[in-house]
Design a protein around this ligand. Structure first.
Ligand code: NAD
Ligand code: MG
Length: 334
């Protein structure tokens, strides 16, 4: 035993020699690394010129809006997101999975190997159908559950149905939200205020309560919050406070669920080109120069956040809980 642990001077020198030899051939090894793993070379992409910049065409859709009718069309990763099996075997439920960040997460999750259920409003069937087809194209189970999250009974039914059809649940993404811009607090009716609170605060409360009994250690809850949680604009008085509440529930539930092995994290986007913005979320004036205030002079595209939703769900992100990951083009505070 003792002999095994004894390293002779000759072994040390021999080892050093091998090390030096490795250093000498290192450049050759690096040059062939991509071939060895079958990786394609990742070309550098300039984030400033990668996606459309304002000025954008003035456009307005009735709420909740369709991604398919936006100009230019948002990029949710339909053609660009490549998976590598990071979520193989996972079962995910994503609210607002038909468009925007939810759709980008749904496509990415399916390409990473997860079965995915999406919730959306009946008016968004057209967008949802495209997402369902994209999930199926990956050979994954795709479950469509339309319905209004402002209804507590529906939230419970949504989770139960997702669990039944997926055969379990280990990723819950609370992403759906309502955002309507109002110049003044005086323009916000109690009905409108309540609508925003019900969608953005109550629905996650109800879905999380319904999902908790199913979540095993290793499961995750991911919330979509916003840079508005930290630095609200004056026209989003009601919406911005719901995003602050979202950021806050991530932190309290992370502490509550940590001992159960369930992680809770949030994603805080900056201005992203989604239907929410063209269906009352932004004024026409703001929309036409949407994203111009960022350091890249453009809005983000939903696909640019997809890998964050993957990272927060994957096993290798296991020490991240109670965190808010930002992606805002240079602003925001998380
Ligand atoms: P989006 O319009 O594509 O997604 C929002 C979704 O919410 C809709 O698709 C709809 O299905 C769902 N929804 C709204 N009310 C609902 C209800 N009552 N019942 C069921 N579903 C309902 O827009 P998005 O920008 O991708 O929004 C996703 C998340 O991103 C939201 O939480 C939003 O607050 C957040 N966010 C967006 C931006 C941005 O600039 N677009 C910035 C920061 C945060
Ligand atoms: Mg939508």
């Amino acid at each position: 035993m003792e002999k095994d642990n004894t390293i002779s001077r000759r072994q040390v020198i021999g080892g050093l020699g091998a090390g030096l030899a490795a250093v000498a051939v290192a450049p050759v090894v690096d040059a062939t690394a991509s071939d060895k793993h079958n990786y394609a070379v990742q070309k550098l992409e300039d984030p400033a010129s990668k996606y459309p910049k304002p000025p954008f065409k003035s456009q307005s859709q009735p709420w909740p809006g369709l991604a398919g009718k936006m100009e230019p069309q948002p990029d949710h990763g339909e053609k660009s997101y490549k998976g590598s099996g990071r979520l193989m075997g996972r079962k995910a439920l994503i609210t607002g999975g038909d468009s925007g960040m939810g759709r980008a997460a749904a496509i990415a999750y399916a390409r990473e190997g997860a079965d995915v259920a999406i919730n959306y409003l009946p008016a968004e069937e057209q967008d949802a159908k495209e997402v369902i087809a994209l999930i199926k194209a990956e050979g994954r189970k795709a479950v469509a559950i339309p319905g209004d999250l402002r209804d507590e009974a529906f939230c419970k039914k949504l989770v139960d149905e997702a669990v039944r059809q997926l055969g379990g649940l280990d990723i819950l993404v609370n992403n759906a939200a309502r955002q309507q811009a109002h110049e003044s607090i005086m323009d916000i009716t109690s009905e409108n205020f309540d609508w925003t609170m019900k969608t953005n605060i109550y629905a996650p409360f109800w879905t999380i309560k319904a999902a908790l009994p199913y979540l095993q250690p290793g499961s995750v809850i991911i919330a979509t919050t916003s840079e508005q949680a930290y630095d609200p604009t004056p026209d989003l008085y009601d919406y911005a406070q719901t995003k602050a509440a979202t950021m806050n529930y991530v932190k309290s539930l992370a502490k509550q669920f940590g001992p159960k092995g369930i992680r809770v994290n949030g994603v805080a986007p900056g201005p992203i080109w989604t239907p929410l913005q063209v269906s009352g979320g932004a004024s026409q004036e703001k929309l036409m120069k949407f994203g111009s205030q960022t350091v890249f002079g453009r809005p983000g595209q939903p696909v640019e956040l997809a890998s964050i939703y993957v990272q927060l769900a994957a096993n290798d992100g296991s020490f991240a809980t109670g965190q808010i990951y930002g992606s805002s083009g240079g602003a925001g505070q998380p």
